[in-house]
Design a protein around this ligand. Structure first.
Ligand code: ZN
Length: 67
């Protein structure tokens, strides 16, 4: 699974990569809130306040099958 986080207002891509919950053990990215905090909880494009309720979080399955 991959995950994207988009601004709920203007659609700016804020995060794209491995599903964040799967990265917990690596402590690379603690959670969605930390991603938003990296932007000072404000969209760099439109200035909208970012929260886990206002952004659009999308999960996508990988297209390829597991070998
Ligand atoms: Zn925005």
């Amino acid at each position: 699974m991959s995950q994207t986080i988009d601004c709920g207002k203007c659609g700016m891509l804020l995060y794209f990569g491995e599903e964040i919950s799967r990265r917990l053990y690596m402590r690379a990215i603690p959670d969605e809130a930390a991603v938003l905090a990296a932007y000072d909880n404000t969209c760099p494009r439109c200035g909208a306040p970012l929260s886990t309720d206002s952004v659009k979080i999308t999960f996508k399955r990988r297209a390829e099958h597991v070998a």
